[in-house]
Design a protein around this ligand. Structure first.
Ligand code: SUG
Length: 468
């Protein structure tokens, strides 16, 4: 076994692709979407624990966001929901014997006992957290890696009880999505152990030249939390470890001059910044960040700027938001930095912000100044309602994995699954019909202990119109 035993066979020949296109891949919000209070350091999830959820409205909100992004001319894809409850998880936690896992009366008994005795585990087994696809993994196009191979490394999500189970199923889905792709590997997560806890693209930013045709390389910034617990007696634990970020950068075969590591401010983590994408974001030549996001923030920004200008010979647009303008807690409440920055096909960038940003006068005005300022690439803004996902700490950018694909993939006949998972008018309508048919309007924790409910939500996912 060599040191890259996690590596999958390379498909196709080694060839650098000259041009990349940014695509968005959203996870469909599942029929068991609920408020389990499971999000580590996630203040919205903790505050809304046990409230009644609205799975149908949640899934339709997610679908409306995809409709909107696709209508802007941006390539939009989706991933099917996963089957929940996750019986493998319940077997491994000892609630049902593996030989009896298909026995309905044993299942019914397991659900009831787990609900009574360790409800948190049952909530995790039913979680729809796979919907936040930004945490699925970290992608690097072959244009950036020293061996010219594009890689997606799935995230182990080992900080969270309910999220650590997503990776294997997501690995299968991404392998299907990218099947036949030239020179690409979908890779299993790095080991799911505490020192290697990895949260995927939510803690990663890729900077690039302003126009895709100019230069295809990228500058990668990996963001991690502090080593152990937060300093100063603070309460939330960092989800991404430094060792995981370094391991992923090596796995992706990135050259040192295209890699930067940054540390999240413990104070920000403690105010609910459980992922970097809650407080900073980027796209190509734009860096949008809160002044209190990082340890030694100004030093980091200088490093990013210097490396960027050396690599691309172009200025980097920096937009810094100070605490006096938007305090950390307001940034977290409105999820301003979790807006999606889209590069539109005819030029310019467009922000897709949570409706909470529009409802805050200070944030709305600030966004207005960015749009009006012709010196930065932001040309427009729209606001989307994601009330159910937001109540679990998931904004527009959490719901999607952004990937810079070689442009040829979009028309490649060798990649049949891309058409299957493309979000267009036809798939959108079929999926919305399926949501209307199967999703309940309201859901509370007690539903989880009913075997007929478990059967029903399992059937719903099996009837999803676009299966792998
Ligand atoms: O991991 N919420 C998710 C939200 C993920 C947001 N993603 C990004 N920032 N990219 C999380 O904390 C809450 C589930 C619950 O409480 O039931 C949850 O998992």
């Amino acid at each position: 076994m060599n040191s890259y035993s996690n590596q999958q066979p390379v498909v196709g020949s080694l060839q650098k692709s000259p041009e990349l296109i940014e695509v968005q891949i959203d996870g469909i919000i599942g029929p068991t979407h609920h408020f389990g209070g499971l999000g580590v350091g996630n203040v919205a999830s903790l505050a809304n624990q046990s409230k009644q959820s609205h799975p149908r409205a949640a899934a339709l909100e997610g679908a409306a966001k995809m409709d909107h992004v696709a209508s802007l001319g941006v390539p939009q894809f989706f991933l099917p929901p996963l089957v929940r409850p996750n019986w493998d998880f319940l077997v491994r936690c000892g609630w049902i014997d593996s030989k009896q896992r298909f026995d309905r009366s044993k299942q019914a008994d397991a659900l009831k006992r787990c609900a009574d005795e360790l409800p948190t585990l049952l909530s995790a087994a039913y979680s729809s957290s796979y919907m936040w696809t930004a945490n699925a993994g970290t992608f690097c196009p072959g244009t950036d890696s020293v061996d010219g191979v594009s890689r997606l490394v799935l995230a182990n999500l080992s900080s969270s009880l309910h999220r650590g189970m997503e990776a294997v199923e997501r690995y299968q889905q991404f392998s299907d999505l990218l099947r036949g792709g030239e020179n690409v590997q979908v890779c299993l997560p790095i080991p799911a152990v505490d020192p290697l806890r990895d949260e995927g693209a939510a803690n990663h930013m890729r900077f690039a030249a302003p126009n895709a045709g100019q230069s295809s390389i990228g500058l990668h910034v990996f963001v991690h939390g502090s080593g152990t617990a937060n300093s100063g007696g603070l309460s939330f634990r960092a989800r991404q470890s430094s060792l995981a970020s370094h391991t992923i950068s090596k796995f992706l075969r990135l050259p040192t001059e295209q890699t930067i590591f940054a540390e999240q401010s413990p104070k920000a983590i403690d105010e609910g910044v459980f992922h970097n994408d809650v407080i900073a974001t980027s796209s190509r030549n734009l860096f949008l960040y809160h002044a209190d996001a990082f340890v030694n923030g100004e030093c980091l920004v200088r490093e990013i700027r210097t490396k960027y200008e050396t690599l691309f010979g172009e200025p980097l647009h920096l937009i810094r938001v100070d605490a006096e303008t938007i305090p950390l807690h307001e940034a977290v409440r409105t999820y301003l930095f979790n807006s999606q920055i889209l590069s539109l096909p005819h030029g310019g960038m467009h922000l897709v912000c949570p409706a909470q940003c529009e409802q805050s006068a200070a944030v709305r005005e600030l966004i207005g100044t960015w749009v009006a300022d012709a010196r930065n690439p932001i040309a427009g803004v729209s606001y989307v309602h994601l009330s159910e996902s937001m109540a679990n700490g998931g904004g527009p950018a959490c719901l999607r994995l952004r990937m810079d694909w070689p442009i040829g993939w979009l028309t490649s006949r060798a990649m049949p699954s891309l058409a299957k998972y493309r979000w267009d008018e036809r798939s959108s309508q079929k999926i919305k019909d399926w949501i209307e048919r199967f999703y309940s309007e309201r859901l509370v924790f007690d539903d989880f202990q009913r075997i007929d409910f478990a059967d029903y939500v399992t059937l719903a996912v099996r009837e999803f119109p676009f299966q792998a």
